[in-house]
Design a protein around this ligand. Sequence first.
Ligand code: ATP
Ligand code: MG
Length: 378
Amino acid sequence: MKVLVLGAGQLARMMALAGAPLNLTVSAYDVRSGNLVHPVTLEVLGSGLENGIADADVITAEFEHIAPDVLSVCQASGKFYPGEEAILTGGDRRKEKALLDKAGVNNARYQVIESKADYDAAVATIGLPLILKSALDGYDGKGQWRLKPDSDLEAIWQDINQFLQTSPQGSRQCVIAEEFVPFDREVSLIGARNAQGDLEIYPLTENIHTNGILSVSVAAGDDDQVQSQAEAMFKAVADALNYVGVLAIEFFDVGGKLMVNEIAPRVHNSGHWTQQGAEVCQFENHLRAVCGLPLGSAKRVRPTAMINIVGEVTVPIAVMAHAHVHWYDKEPRPGRKIGHINLCADSAGALGDALDTVSMLLADDEFPALKPAADSLR
Ligand code: ATP
Ligand code: MG
């Protein structure tokens, strides 16, 4: 079978690598250049979305910030999974919040902001501190404002207003004000759903961010009660979207009670650990779901941690003696994810020790979350 992925980044690359043993041929549509490329070599194979669609048996996406006209052309082909509505929802916080409410899952109180009156009303009704997020185009903590009790509310409004007036998205853009959630930790759940509604759900991972970017994810076992809350919310959201493929949900854990932060209608960075830590990885399970093949087991086979390689950092070869290193063949740039390291062990304690071992080979300022991650395992 031939699969076309919208987007030609590392997620398409890892789908192609996972699909090869299944005889699935994955190509990628680079939405910026309009070229059809090989997701691993980036060799140009052709150009034009129509040609890509005509040649594919199945179409999927590696990211959610895709122009609506591209999505509707793909949808009209009848080959697109998880489909237009799921991608639009994941790419628009306004639609996402409405979905969470419709699915009846716990999420932070919010208000849609399109005017100064909405802004004032959010401050008055939700109260400070508040976190404001752009509805469209947000990722890695970009497009966010934080209002604290001592913030200059007028100056921040000016900035938001400027953002709204100059957004390339025009009137589709807005800002969502959310209550600030005093969470104990952030966790995420990745799972696959097929067209029959069957699910394969991975265990929760705990995520540590640095400067708004995911730094380390740890999958070492969680409380059964927390896992079942997450799975119930996953099922409610995936069923509401009639979802087909891998879906990721990010949660805040507040005293053992989960609240959904956001969803991603695709394979997700916090699921990269599954390449070495699970029976069948998220990339293969996504392809299995969208191609109508049986889902594979999402069972965790051993405690695993994923360490992101971000920006212009140094990873000594010696790390390979302890871990699996995955490079994306990308030019290093500040804040850019260029690879990741998967580290496995036989127990949570041993994984903490392995993180300590690897942290001695890596610079603290380049990999700041290794020590907190190791501590979380003890
Ligand atoms: P991603 O790269 O995951 O797509 P993003 O830019 O879409 O990130 P969010 O995940 O919504 O944005 O927010 C980034 C981070 O900001 C969260 O991981 C969390 O640490 C913090 N955050 C977001 N919303 C809240 C909130 N309501 N209360 C407290 N902290 C929050
Ligand atoms: Mg997030």
